[in-house]
Ligand binder design. Structure first.
Ligand SMILES: Cc1ncc(COP(=O)(O)O)c(C=O)c1O
Length: 441
């Protein structure tokens, strides 16, 4: 570690300077996937499982009636935000800017409704198939019954979380009938804990950060043979649940007549905490669009865990705290000090880069998005919003990939990872903080 402390790039992160990093180790997609155990077939298997559960989801979560039990979010053009960014950052921006509104995902209002709910469904299906209570050809709405609730009540589920994963897993687990415990880090917002408790979820609070909540959860779960621990730091199942988003995004782009090919590159900016959500989505996107999609993680300046892991190649053997960075950020969903080793190693030749964003910038972007488009996101979900600006200001990536001529026909997607369930009062405070910061600049 001592060697890295003299490294100029690491020092920039220690100084909490907003930083853009392009990954020097990316490989063409076909090569990058060679050492990876996961494939398109695994993502298709996850998508098929979610299909089987649609009748159940539609039945127990009426907000999914319109989508017939599919947990999916809209993709929206945000041209006024593009103009606002252009003006604020004084940069001419070409191409289209869209927002993937995972903030509007049904059931738990964040990207965590993808992987988190998927892993619980996967576990429930395995148990029910194993007990011969269910077969894959059944109408899964039968899971909404006293018989199944009684069966699942003999099993427990546990997870460690900064808030949104716990919300997703808690809600679906309680609905199925599991006994569920969520180990919440100090970052978790009070309303998320209150909401879970109101649904009968056992919430344990810690004074420390996410890594401690996960470690404690793992330890406690190990004492109960009927308890299934959802391991956000290492779970392949979570990762695959997120990856399903890609094929659906492809359909949404087609519906909007947006082409993605060598002449029409797609840039996607993903807020990153431990890495499972953004890693899974990026992996899925690379499977679908290959080298025509360019994926970037976005992290808070105070929690650049994945960036440090990727840059040093140390992955989960290093934490931001090792460098004296405090992991204290308003972006509670991204307040992770030690990245997932599984995600870092899986994505090390695939992820195109990472940039860091200060809390002040996230607040300002939050207010700008509300004013320009009337869309409200939580601070974490704004982390990727300045990606389009970086692509225009840091031309080396564009030049290296020979994308200069394609920039006018490029599509940029900021992944808006959460926010629709934030209570109005809390959202108003975020907005006012951003407005005050914008006034000063
Ligand atoms: C709103 C939001 N965005 C992004 C993330 C990042 O996901 P991950 O921790 O899987 O990297 C989270 C995680 O909780 C989140 O809550």
């Amino acid at each position: 570690m001592a060697n890295w402390k003299n490294n100029a790039f690491i020092n920039q992160l220690i100084d909490l300077t907003e930083t853009v990093w392009f990954n020097p180790d990316t490989l063409p997609f076909a090569e990058a996937t060679k050492g990876i155990a996961l494939s398109r077939a695994d993502v298709e298997d996850a998508a098929a499982r979610l299909e089987r559960f649609r009748p159940y989801i539609e039945k127990v979560f009426p907000e999914t009636e319109a989508s017939e039990g599919m947990i999916e979010s809209p993709l929206r053009h945000i041209p006024y935000m593009k103009s606002a960014l252009s003006e604020y950052f004084r940069t001419q921006l070409s191409g289209e800017l869209l927002l993937k509104c995972d903030s509007e995902l049904p059931i738990s209002g964040s990207i965590k409704a993808r992987g988190g709910i998927y892993e619980v469904l996967n576990h429930a299906e395995k148990l029910a198939l194993g007990a011969e209570l269910l077969s894959e050809s059944d109408d899964y709405s039968k899971l909404d019954s006293e018989e199944f609730k009684h069966f699942f009540s003999k099993h427990a589920i546990a997870v460690g979380s900064t808030g949104n994963l716990g919300l997703s897993i808690g809600i679906i687990s309680a609905q199925l009938g599991f006994s569920v415990t969520v180990h919440m880090s100090a970052d978790a917002r009070q309303w998320k804990k209150d909401m879970l408790r109101s649904k009968g979820v056992h919430v344990i609070e810690y004074d420390s950060d996410y890594s401690t909540a996960v470690a404690e959860g793992r330890k406690q779960a190990a004492t109960n043979p009927y308890c299934y621990f959802i391991d956000d730091e290492n779970s392949v199942t979570l990762f695959l649940g997120y990856a399903v988003a890609a094929e659906r995004l492809k359909q949404q782009l087609e519906e909007k007549n947006i082409t993605v090919d060598a002449d029409h590159p797609l840039f996607v900016y993903l807020p990153c905490g431990v890495g499972g959500g953004p890693g899974g989505v990026a992996f899925g996107l690379k499977l679908v669009f290959g080298d025509n999609v360019h994926c970037f993680f976005a992290e808070p300046t105070r929690s650049p865990a994945m960036l440090i892991g990727l840059y040093t190649g140390l992955h989960d053997a290093v934490s931001v705290q090792d460098f004296g960075i405090d992991n204290k950020t308003v972006a509670d969903g991204l307040a992770v000090g030690r990245p997932s080793g599984f995600v870092g190693k899986t994505m090390q030749h695939m992820i195109d880069g990472t940039f860091t964003v200060s809390d002040d910038t996230m607040f300002k972007l939050l207010t700008m998005l509300t004013d320009s488009e009337g869309i409200k996101l939580e601070p974490s979900a704004l982390a990727g919003m300045s990606g389009i600006v970086h692509m225009h200001n840091h031309r080396e990536y564009i030049q290296q990939h020979n994308l200069q001529d394609t920039m006018p026909s490029a599509t940029h997607i900021a992944w808006g990872t959460g926010g629709s369930m934030v209570p109005d009062e809390e959202m108003q405070k975020y907005y006012e903080t951003g407005a005050a910061l914008l006034k000063k600049t």
